[in-house]
Write a protein that binds this ligand. Structure first.
Ligand code: HEC
Ligand code: HEC
Ligand code: HEC
Length: 110
């Protein structure tokens, strides 16, 4: 059976609504990065703001620099080798990590 054009259009609109709601739920504006070694409790786990990085577009970071959907902990050693946040926070694309106040990223729980 072929659906009349109107109901097909309605179906497409509904599908779009459902998928954008799902994306909204799975797309936190701000998230806390897990700790590689959960035994290390200080400083508080780093915060990352999707909102302040939105100019890069999703493919600017996913899946190359950050495997989407899976939160992965990492270390300053890896960032200083240019991985994860260190891909941009190298003093050229964005502020360097050494010399920046720890609390700029390691924000306390509020
Ligand atoms: C540009 C953001 C940023 C700044 C600035 C920053 N960190 Fe981090 N740091 C992170 C991220 C991201 C992680 C990985 C998630 C986590 O463990 O909090 C991390 C992890 C850590 C870890 C656990 C992993 C490891 O490498 O040992 C410690 C300890 C740490 N940071 C201490 C510090 C201290 C101390 C300072 C200030 C001298 C600092 N950080 C400044 C982003 C930052
Ligand atoms: C500047 C880099 C960057 C950009 C651009 C970016 N993300 Fe992310 N995203 C991250 C980081 C960092 C994490 C946490 C990764 C980790 O802990 O391993 C993350 C995690 C996620 C997660 C998993 C969240 C969770 O709680 O499990 C989703 C979903 C996601 N991003 C969607 C998006 C979408 C959609 C866009 C585009 C609108 C986007 N990201 C753009 C860096 C970015
Ligand atoms: C694709 C490049 C890119 C990646 C990857 C990236 N950043 Fe940024 N980030 C930027 C740019 C560009 C700015 C704004 C310019 C500046 O402040 O030097 C910025 C700004 C920030 C700021 C200041 C604005 C705010 O949100 O308070 C923080 C903090 C920050 N980034 C943390 C992180 C952390 C933590 C990670 C890794 C989880 C990360 N960034 C990964 C490019 C990036």
């Amino acid at each position: 059976m072929r659906l009349p054009p109107e109901s097909r259009r309605l179906g497409a609109v509904l599908a779009l609504l459902v998928s954008s709601v799902a994306l909204g739920a799975a797309f936190p504006a701000v998230l806390r990065i897990p700790r590689r070694d959960p035994g290390v409790s200080y400083p508080p786990r780093a915060l990352f703001s999707h909102r302040s990085h939105e100019s890069f577009g999703c493919y600017g970071c996913h899946p190359s620099t950050f495997p989407q959907q899976t939160l992965v902990g990492f270390t300053h050693q890896e960032m200083s080798e240019g991985k994860f946040c260190g891909r941009c926070h190298d003093g050229r694309t964005a502020f360097a990590i050494p010399g920046t106040a720890c609390t700029r990223c390691h924000v306390d729980a509020r």
